[in-house]
Design a binder for this molecule. Structure first.
Ligand SMILES: [Fe+2]
Ligand SMILES: [Fe+2]
Length: 132
């Protein structure tokens, strides 16, 4: 189970709330897989991907609004994660028949949300903290 500690908070209500939702979605999918429920996995991963993309759009809009100078770079980082999301969706389609796919998907989801999504946002933490 993944938890968002204080270190990862951006002190932006909108973005922290989104990150919290993403972490909860990952925890939910992990719990489902651990208890052998695989039927809804693909739908849940699809939901996670949709929310992630919507979050990226919200975040980029907010960064533009506050005049963060490296929005293009961060946007590029977000776009590069699309391939990983496609890959996770592919894995999600295999979880009912393949135990390795289950384990890999869990690991990938945790690294994705903690490293690729949340930790890289710390780059603009000082810029954005307390602005909204
Ligand atoms: Fe984010
Ligand atoms: Fe981000």
């Amino acid at each position: 189970m993944v938890q968002l500690s204080e270190t990862f908070m951006l002190e932006s209500q909108t973005l922290d709330q989104d990150h919290q939702v993403l972490v909860e979605m990952v925890n939910e999918i992990t719990e489902m897989l651990d208890s052998g429920e695989t039927v809804d996995c693909k739908a849940k991963v699809l939901e996670f991907i949709k929310f992630t993309k919507a979050h990226f759009a919200r975040e980029e809009q907010l960064l533009n609004k506050v005049g963060y100078p490296y929005v293009a770079k961060h946007q590029k980082h977000h776009r590069e994660l699309y391939a990983k999301m496609d890959h996770m969706l592919e894995f999600a389609g295999l979880v009912s028949v393949n135990e390795m796919a289950r384990e890999s998907l869990k690991t990938e989801l945790v690294f994705f949300v903690m490293d690729d999504v949340i930790t890289t946002d710390l780059d603009f933490k000082n810029f954005i903290s307390g602005l909204n």
